[in-house]
Design a protein around this ligand. Sequence first.
Ligand code: MG
Length: 415
Amino acid sequence: MATTISRIRVICTAPEGINLAVVKVETSQPGLYGLGCATFSYRYLTVKHLIETYLEPLLKGRSVEDIEELWQLMHQNGYWRNGPVENNAISGIDMALWDIKGKMAGMPLYQLFGGKVREAVAVYRHAEGRDIEELCDNIRRFQAMGITAIRCQCGGYGGDGYGRAPSTAPAGARPGVYLDSQKYIRDTVRLFEGIRTRLGDEVQLIHDVHERIAPAEAVQLASELEPYHLFFLEDPVPLEQLGWLRRIRERSSTPIAIGELFNNPSEWRALITERLIDYIRVHISQIGGLTPARKLQIFAEQFGVRTAWHGPGDMSPVAHAANVHIDLAASNFGIQEWSGIEPPNFVIQELRKQEGALLEVFDGLPEFRDGYVYPNDRPGLGVDINEEIARRYPCVDGVTVWTQTRKGDGSLQVP
Ligand code: MG
């Protein structure tokens, strides 16, 4: 008799103060369940509602074996599709079904994806500093941990923190994250010049524009950063302005990585077939889970485009594990963003407390050692959740402010 879906639940928890949503798919086979990541931190209750109200009734009683069929069923069931809320909801269930598939097979997921082509995945970390000296100190600390690629930023993502408008803005300008884009470009170019002077040519440097400047300025920045040989420049333009990538390509050899806001194949198809990017870095839950991510990875391989999946703090360890299982089996793996969920003794000192909370809630996290991340060899994704401890870290509701970037005249930075 087929094993069927008996119950689908959403566990919401915020062990690090970041809202996470993990889906648990329970089955007709006692003790057999799967976990998936449905984290859309800033709209997590909407995702939870969608799963419990619409997707659980759709899937209850269906065979857990039919992942492709169930993915397509969920994808088309609401008629309108490819939105971030729905995609994250689908991802939670999709990853959980893959987790179950691995448990039924008795194999870690990378085995089902074709087996390892590497023993572990190289990761990059994000270093910040108030000034270049502090930044270089933080880069050296990551280097001491064996990390060879580091994403660098001074003072957050180019702007100040959320707060009142600067005195140069017009009277009555609203609060926000104020960004003077030309100053940001000048400072960033000087920053990379300074890093190369201090740390030499060997360290691999990454910079994330976070799509916060005008497209024409992104063309300028990619060109001006060329002498510093970046590993890649991340999200130079928003997905609404992908047409500008051709201009960036014409003007500079700086490698481009893009995609953490992508929702559906029509956004990445031409970028890959026309080789307008070097790295595809989608957020796997945001495109609908492991099923579409595997298809995307294999598609990109045909065109020489490598993967650099999004791996920020606002995704659960279940999603980090999903990234790593694809990475291990992907010939076109490029690099993995890693936001620092190492066991405590590998964590830089001041982060230790918050990292500990995540490790209390989740068990079986991929493990960081000397610049690489290793998954465990448990069947499926290999990650479990302690629901009782998860409840001690309730999610935090409120208005999101870090997304409110404003230009010098007080208007919103729009895509
Ligand atoms: Mg980014």
